[in-house]
Design a protein around this ligand. Structure first.
Ligand code: ADP
Length: 344
């Protein structure tokens, strides 16, 4: 029979993310790994040689009972212990051949966080969708109740209905894009000529903001290893924001450059700018600096989180600098082409 040496067992225990505790026949702790000590917030020295219940720790008390159950029933026993709203510990106890007990502890804190994030996302999305629905319903009812309405009022009301439908459409489109981004296969990545993508974005922007003035400062040729559709979407979202958050004629400068670390794309505006406090939160989903303004412009705080998700997907980073009343610059930096190509 192949037996693992003590050193190997210790090594394996040290590598595990789960907490592991081994109990001897006298129900004293014989071995404990670092993950268990961290989870229990009790040092290894304090645990080894002691009975599980000696520290008065809630987890260990339950674990002791679970080990007893495992020995009685002759098969492993499992239990999840809820500690607070934020966390729980999953415990598996086993007593192979009734000699030594083994206890595995799994911290479910992170799982809980993921579940909470999902819940918050659904709550935010529902809220953002409910608002335009309520507005549209209200105006539609007004039209129902006032059959003899002036031409002017009819125009006002239908304009508001259309604007809110547009807002809902933008939001749903944004949420679908975010979901799609998770599934974009990397085999769609190719060398993309950034200048050509920026030109496409200008064509898309012109009908929406005919007064916008876009200047490009570029190098001879700038390529980024990317899926062209998503890179163009990131650039377009930033250019659209630059136009959207400018009080007068939007002046947008797109600066393409090849830095030491790799290609960068900066989108600069002379618009309304943002405070330092806002800068920390603008990439959060559904965050808008001025809710009323964003709603009027059809936004719901999804655009920048799409940009950030795209840039991360392409292995790049995004930075922002802004001064209230002066303007904002978003800079996208991507890995150098050699690095990108080597990885694919
Ligand atoms: P929104 O749909 O509200 O435009 P975004 O996620 O694109 O959502 O942007 C989040 C917030 O960041 C916006 O509500 C806006 O207040 C701010 N913001 C984004 N880009 C700019 C910019 N270029 N200048 C000033 N504020 C900006």
């Amino acid at each position: 029979m192949f037996l693992l040496g003590i050193d190997t067992v210790q090594e394996v225990m040290a590598l595990l993310e789960e907490g592991v505790i081994v109990i001897n026949a006298k129900r004293q702790v014989e071995r404990v790994n670092t993950a268990a000590a961290v989870l229990l917030k009790i040092s290894k020295q304090e645990l080894v040689g002691q009975c599980l219940t000696v520290h008065g720790c809630k987890i260990l008390k339950r674990a002791s009972a679970l080990l007893f159950k495992a020995r009685e029933q002759g098969r492993p026993a499992m239990e999840t212990l809820t500690l607070s709203e934020k966390g729980s510990v999953e415990m598996i106890a086993s007593f192979p051949k009734g000699k030594k007990g083994i206890l595995i502890l799994r911290d479910r804190k992170n799982m809980q966080k993921v579940v909470e994030m999902g819940r918050a996302f659904v709550a935010n999305a529902s809220h953002e969708l409910r608002t335009p629905i309520t507005i549209i319903k209200g105006f539609a009812e007004t039209l129902q109740d006032l059959p003899e309405i002036s031409h002017q009022m009819l125009g006002d009301i239908t304009e508001k209905i259309v604007r809110n439908c547009q807002r809902m459409e933008n939001l749903v489109k944004g949420l679908l894009t975010l979901a799609d981004l998770e599934n974009i296969p990397e085999n769609r990545f190719q060398l993309c000529d950034v200048r050509a993508l920026v030109d496409n974005c200008i064509h898309l922007l012109q009908p929406l903001y005919p007064q916008a003035v876009v200047t490009i400062e570029d190098v001879d040729e700038l390529d980024v290893w990317a899926d062209p559709d998503i890179l163009e979407l990131a650039i377009f979202n930033l250019m659209e924001n630059a136009a959207k958050y400018s009080s007068q004629t939007p002046h947008i400068t797109v600066i393409l450059s090849l830095q030491e670390k790799g290609p960068t794309i900066a989108i600069q505006d002379q618009g309304i700018g943002m405070s330092e406090g806002d800068l920390e939160r603008i990439f959060d989903r559904f965050y808008t600096v001025d809710k009323a303004r964003s709603r009027k412009l059809g936004g719901a705080g999804i655009g920048l989180s799409i940009v950030q998700t795209i840039v991360q997907k392409l292995g790049g980073t995004i930075a922002v600098e802004s001064t209230l009343g002066k303007g904002t610059t978003f800079t996208l930096s991507f890995p150098s082409m050699q690095g990108s190509l080597r990885n694919h």
